[in-house]
Design a protein around this ligand. Structure first.
Ligand SMILES: Nc1ncnc2c1ncn2[C@@H]1O[C@H](COP(=O)(O)OP(=O)(O)OP(=O)(O)O)[C@@H](O)[C@H]1O
Ligand SMILES: O=P(O)(O)OC[C@@]1(O)O[C@H](CO)[C@@H](O)[C@@H]1O
Length: 312
C-alpha cells in the first residue's frame, strides 16, 4: 500500500441528511427528502482528493453493518481503504437541513467503543503505511476507548517517517495533536477559540492566535469562519479570503474540502495566496451541495478566481 496521501478517520459515520421546510420545536416535522453518505472528516477529505485526481487512500476503524455501507461507498468511489474492524456499530450522524433558514443542524453520535487490541493493530499497520505516504490527514472526533492523545501518537509516527501531517480536530484530541507539531491545521473559529479559551473579535486577533501556533513550528494554520470565509496564516504571511455568494444546501464537509484543497496545493507547490483561494473556493462549493457531497476539481477551478483575497 503506497498512496501519496493517507487520510485517517478513527470515528467514521453514516451521515443521514434530512430536509425539512421549517423546524417546529416540540412538534411534528415531516421530512421532505433524505439521503445517506459515507462521512467522517478523513473520509470526506479522501472523497474530495479523489475528485482532485490525487493518489489517496482512506484508513481508519469501522464496525458493524453501517461500517460495511461506508466502506462499500468508498470502494464504489474508487478510493482504496483499510479499516480495522472493532465491536459494535458505526454511528449515524443526523444532519437536519431547514429550507427556510438554509441552515444545517448536526446531531453526531459518540461512535463505537474501540478495544485496545483494535487500536493497537491499527497503529501497527499505520506505522508501516506512513513510510510510503507523503501527506497524512487526521480528522474528526475520537470514539470511546481511543485515548485523547492518539493524534499526538499518530503525528509523531508520521513526523518520524518524514510525512507531512494535516490535523482537523476539536477539544482535547486537537490540543494533544498540536503538541506533536503537525505540518498544517484547519480549525474553525470555535475550535481555535476553544483551544486558547479566548474569543477573537477581529482578523488581527485571529492572525495573532494563529501565529502562536506557527511559532511552535506548524507551517500553515487555516482558520475557517463559515459564511465569512477564512484566514490562512504562515510564519511570514497572512491572507484573508471572502467567498462568493452561494445558496447553502449543506455545510457538512465544507471544512474537509478546505483540507483537501490545502493538501492539493501542498502537492502542487502553490504559494500561500493561491492556497487561500483554493481552500476557500473548495469549502464554498461544498457548502452549496446537498448532504455530505464534496466539491469536484472542475467546480473549484471554475470558482477560484471568484474568491476575494486581501493580505492581513
Ligand atoms: N453559508 C456559507 N456561504 C458561503 N461559504 C460557506 C458557507 N458556509 C461555509 N462556507 C465555506 O466553507 C468553509 C468552511 O466552513 P466552516 O467554517 O463552517 O467549516 P467547518 O466548521 O470545519 O465545517 P465542517 O466541519 O462541517 O466540514 C468556509 O471557510 C467557507 O469558505
Ligand atoms: O463527530 P466528528 O468526528 O467531529 O465529526 C463527524 C462529522 O460531522 O464530520 C464530517 C463533516 O466534517 C461529517 O461527515 C461527520 O458526520
Amino acid at each position: 500500500m503506497s498512496s501519496k496521501v493517507l487520510t485517517i478517520t478513527l470515528n467514521p459515520a453514516l451521515d443521514k441528511t434530512v430536509t425539512i421546510e421549517e423546524f417546529v420545536s416540540g412538534g411534528l416535522n415531516r421530512i421532505k427528502a433524505w439521503r445517506t453518505d459515507a462521512g467522517g472528516k478523513g473520509i470526506n477529505v479522501a472523497k474530495a482528493l479523489k475528485h482532485f485526481v490525487v493518489d489517496v487512500a482512506s484508513w481508519g476503524l469501522t464496525a458493524g453493518h453501517q461500517g460495511k455501507i461506508v466502506t462499500e461507498q468508498l470502494t464504489g468511489l474508487g478510493i482504496p481503504g483499510f479499516f480495522i474492524e472493532t465491536e459494535g456499530e458505526t454511528r449515524t450522524n443526523l444532519k437536519v437541513y431547514v429550507e427556510c433558514t438554509q441552515e444545517t443542524t448536526e446531531l453526531n453520535e459518540a461512535g463505537f467503543t474501540v478495544s485496545r487490541k483494535a487500536l493497537h493493530e491499527f497503529i501497527e499497520r499505520y506505522t508501516d503505511a506512513v513510510r510510503n505516504a507523503s501527506i497524512v490527514v487526521l480528522g474528526g472526533s475520537l470514539p470511546p476507548g481511543v485515548p485523547d492523545d492518539t493524534y499526538n501518537t499518530l503525528i509523531e509516527i508520521a513526523n518520524r517517517a518524514g510525512a507531512r501531517t494535516v490535523l482537523d480536530a476539536d477539544g482535547e484530541p486537537f490540543r494533544h495533536g498540536i503538541e506533536a507539531v503537525p505540518y498544517a491545521i484547519k480549525p474553525n473559529i470555535h475550535e481555535l477559540e476553544a483551544l486558547f479559551n479566548e474569543t477573537f473579535q477581529t482578523d488581527a486577533e485571529i492572525v495573532s492566535a494563529a501565529r502562536r501556533l506557527t511559532g511552535k513550528g506548524i507551517a500553515y494554520v487555516s482558520v475557517s469562519l463559515g459564511a465569512e470565509g477564512s484566514i490562512l496564516v504562515s510564519e511570514t504571511e497572512a491572507v484573508r479570503a471572502k467567498p462568493f455568494p452561494i445558496v447553502p444546501l449543506s455545510t457538512v464537509g465544507a471544512g474537509d474540502s478546505m483540507v483537501a484543497a490545502l493538501v492539493y496545493c501542498l502537492l502542487e507547490g502553490k504559494p500561500l495566496v493561491e492556497m487561500a483561494r483554493w481552500t476557500s473556493a473548495a469549502g464554498t462549493v461544498t457548502a452549496s451541495k446537498p448532504g455530505t457531497e464534496v466539491c469536484t476539481l472542475a467546480e473549484v477551478e471554475e470558482k477560484v478566481s471568484k474568491v476575494t483575497i486581501w493580505p492581513l
